[in-house]
Design a binder for this molecule. Structure first.
Ligand SMILES: Cc1cc2nc3c(=O)[nH]c(=O)nc-3n(C[C@H](O)[C@H](O)[C@H](O)COP(=O)(O)OP(=O)(O)OC[C@H]3O[C@@H](n4cnc5c(N)ncnc54)[C@H](O)[C@@H]3O)c2cc1C
Length: 546
C-alpha cells in the first residue's frame, strides 16, 4: 500500500497549528492533514469555561504534564511544565488572558534579521485573529474568529487595586493593546459569554466540515522522513500502530516550544553532539535547535485582607458557589465565566528603561492546595481566606535555557532546562517587581484594608532575601518560547519565512520561532504567527502555480 499523502501536514493543532490548518484548507484547493497527539474533541468539558483551566493544568488526559530539570537558578526545584495535549493545544487550556506584547518586541525581531516581522507589518495578522469592540479601529480587529472581551469588575477589589496602583504612580490604561501597554488595566480575555475561544472552537470546529481538511486526534508524529535534503512526510503513531504519511508540498511543525525541537532532534535536525549522544544520524546540523528557551518567571506575593466581601473568597463554597454556577449557566457571567488574572499591570523597573519590563497579574483570591509536591498533585480549591495575590514577572528575560531530547525514544519527555535570573538585569527587574507590588499594596485605598503581607512577608526586605524568595518559590507563566528561533545568526533554526534552514518542504510555526519572547502573554502572538505562516505558505503555492 502506498503511504497516504496530503498537500500539507500540520503537526499540532494549538495556537499556531489550529490557525494554519484552518487557513490552508479555506480555499478548498489543498488537502490538509492536521495531526494532534491529544484528544480530538473541541467539547472537552473543562475546556469550555476559562476557570476550567484549573482542572486541566495537571490532567494527563489533556496535558503533557512535563517537569523541568532542577537547577540552582530556581532553587533546585523541578518546575511543572503544563502544555496542552488536546485539539486547540494550549489555547484550549490556558488562562485566556489576551495580550500582544509591545510593538518594540516585533521591531526588535525585525532588527535581528527577521524581515517582514516589524509590528506594523504584523498588525494586519493580529487584527485578522480577533473580534472585539475594545479600542480603536486602527489597532484592533473587528471580525476575526477569536472574540476578545474585558474582564468584568465583579467585586470591589478591582477598583480598590486600580486606585492604589494609580496612587503609586501608574496610569490607568483603557486598552493595553493600543498605543502602549503601560499602566494598570482590566485584563482582556478570549471569552464570549463565558465560553473560551480557542483555535479548536473558533478555527478548527468551523473548518472541519471541509472535505479537504482531515483531523486525526490521538496521532503523534514520531519523526520526519527525508529524501536527501527534502522533507517528504513523517512517521506517526495512531491507534497503537506506527504508519508513514507523505506530504506533497510541506510539513509544518507546530508542536509547541517543548515538542517542536524534540521532533526535529528525533529526526536528525539539531546539534550533532546532541544527536550523536542518542545515536541519531545528522540530517541537518543546526546547533540552535532547543536553545534560547525563554519564559516569564516570577513568585506569588500574597496579602490577607481585613474585611470580607472584597475578594472572591467563599464564592467557591456552599450556596454562593451554587449562585456562581447559576450566573454562569444563565448569562456566562461570574468568576466561572472569566477565570483568573482580572487585573494586569505593566510598569518600568526604572526611569531610564524605554518601555515596561515588569508585568503583574493580579487575582482577588488564594488557592488552597491540599497535598501534592512542587505544586503538582493534591486537591485545589478556592481558599476561604479573604486575600489577593500578585505575580510580578520579568517581561523581557535575558536568561535563556534549553530543551533537548533525553533519548531517541519519542515516548521519553525532553530535558527542559530553564535558566532564570542568570543576568544582573533580570535580577534587578525581578527585585524591582516585588518592591513595586509592595508600593501598590501600601497605597490607599487598599492599604487600610490589608491585615498582613503573607508572602514573602515583612521580614523579607534585603535584595538578597528577595532574590532567594523569587528563586525558591517562583513559577512560570506557561509561556515557553524561542527554542527554534527565527533569524539569520548561527543559532537560528528557521528563516523569516519559517523554513527550516537547509531542508526543503519543512517549516516550524509556533511559539518556538520567537527569537526573543514577547513582553506579554503568548497565545495571541502565536495565533498571529499562525496567520502569517499560513499567508506565506499560500503565497508560495500561488507562485508555484503561476
Ligand atoms: C496552563 C496554561 C496557561 C496559559 N495561560 C495563557 C494566557 O492566559 N494567555 C496567553 O496568551 N497564553 C497563555 N498560555 C500560553 C499559550 O497558551 C501558549 O504560548 C500557546 O498556546 C502556544 O502555542 P503553540 O502553538 O506554540 O503550542 P500549543 O498550543 O501548545 O500546541 C502544540 C500542539 O501540538 C501537539 N503536539 C505536540 N507534539 C506533537 C506530536 N509529536 N505529534 C502531534 N501533535 C503534537 C500538542 O498536543 C498541542 O496540541 C498558557 C499556557 C498554559 C499551558
Amino acid at each position: 500500500m502506498p503511504a497516504p499523502s496530503f498537500d500539507y501536514i500540520v503537526v499540532g493543532s494549538g495556537s499556531a497549528g489550529g490557525v494554519i490548518a484552518a487557513r490552508l484548507s479555506e480555499s478548498g484547493k489543498h488537502s490538509v492533514l492536521c495531526l494532534e497527539a491529544g484528544t480530538e474533541t473541541e467539547r472537552y468539558i473543562w475546556s469550555r469555561s476559562p476557570i476550567g483551566s484549573a482542572f486541566m493544568i495537571q490532567n494527563p488526559k489533556v496535558n503533557w504534564n512535563d517537569f523541568s530539570e532542577p537547577n540552582p537558578s530556581h532553587g533546585n526545584r523541578p518546575i511543572h511544565v503544563a502544555h496542552g495535549k488536546i485539539l486547540g493545544g494550549s489555547s484550549a487550556m490556558n488562562g485566556t488572558l489576551v495580550n500582544r506584547g509591545q510593538k518594540r518586541d516585533y521591531d526588535n525581531w525585525a532588527q535581528m534579521g527577521c524581515t517582514g516581522w516589524s509590528f506594523d507589518e504584523l498588525l494586519p495578522y493580529f487584527k485578522k485573529v480577533e473580534n472585539t469592540r475594545i479600542g480603536a479601529d486602527k489597532d484592533r480587529g473587528r471580525d476575526g474568529p477569536i472574540t476578545v472581551t474585558r474582564y468584568d469588575k465583579i467585586t470591589p477589589f478591582f477598583d480598590l487595586f486600580i486606585d492604589s496602583a494609580k496612587a503609586a504612580g501608574l496610569p490607568y490604561n483603557d486598552d493595553y493593546l493600543g498605543d502602549t501597554q503601560e499602566g494598570v488595566a482590566m485584563t482582556q480575555i478570549s471569552v464570549r459569554k463565558g465560553r473560551r475561544n480557542s483555535t479548536a472552537t473558533q478555527y478548527l470546529a468551523p473548518a472541519r466540515k471541509r472535505p479537504n481538511l482531515t483531523i486525526w486526534g490521538g496521532a503523534e508524529a514520531l519523526s520526519l522522513t527525508f529524501d536527501g535534503r527534502r522533507c517528504t512526510g513523517l512517521r506517526l503513531r495512531r491507534k497503537g500502530r506506527v504508519e508513514e504519511i507523505r506530504a506533497n508540498r510541506e510539513v509544518i511543525v507546530c508542536a509547541g516550544t517543548i515538542n517542536s525541537p524534540k521532533l526535529l532532534e528525533l529526526s536528525g535536525i539539531g546539534n550533532p553532539e546532541v544527536l550523536l549522544r542518542h545515536g541519531i544520524a545528522t540530517v541537518q546540523a543546526l546547533p540552535g535547535v532547543g536553545e534560547n528557551l525563554r519564559e516569564h518567571y516570577g513568585p506569588q506575593m500574597k496579602w490577607r485582607l481585613n474585611q470580607s466581601g472584597i475578594s472572591f473568597a467563599n464564592r467557591g463554597h456552599g450556596w454562593r458557589f451554587l449562585r456562581e454556577i447559576l450566573r454562569y449557566v444563565t448569562y456566562g457571567g461570574g468568576f466561572i465565566g472569566q477565570g483568573i488574572g482580572g487585573i494586569r499591570v505593566c510598569a518600568r523597573s526604572h526611569e531610564g528603561v524605554e518601555e515596561g519590563d515588569i508585568q503583574m497579574v493580579v487575582n482577588p483570591f488564594l488557592v488552597d492546595v491540599i497535598g501534592g509536591k512542587n505544586g503538582v498533585g493534591g486537591k485545589r480549591r478556592m481558599s476561604r481566606v479573604e486575600a489577593f495575590f500578585v505575580t510580578p514577572q520579568i517581561q523581557r528575560p535575558e536568561s535563556a535555557g534549553s530543551i533537548h531530547i533525553k533519548s531517541a525514544d519519542p515516548s521519553v519527555p525532553p530535558a527542559i532546562d530553564y535558566r532564570f535570573l542568570e543576568t544582573e538585569n533580570d535580577v534587578r527587574v525581578a527585585v524591582e517587581g516585588i518592591r513595586l507590588a509592595r508600593r501598590i499594596a501600601g497605597a490607599a485605598p487598599l492599604a487600610p484594608l490589608i491585615e498582613q503581607e503573607m508572602a514573602p512577608g515583612p521580614a523579607t526586605q534585603s535584595d538578597e532575601d528577595i532574590v532567594a524568595f523569587i528563586r525558591n518559590t517562583g513559577t512560570t507563566s506557561y509561556h515557553p518560547a524561542g527554542t527554534c528561533k527565527m533569524g539569520q545568526d548561527s543559532l537560528s533554526v528557521v528563516d523569516a519565512e519559517l523554513r527550516v534552514k537547509g531542508i526543503a518542504g519543512l517549516r516550524v510555526a509556533d511559539a518556538s520561532v520567537m527569537p526573543v519572547i514577547v513582553s506579554g502573554n503568548t497565545s495571541i502572538p502565536t495565533m498571529m504567527i499562525g496567520e502569517k505562516a499560513a499567508a506565506m505558505i499560500l503565497a508560495d503555492a500561488e507562485r508555484d502555480r503561476a
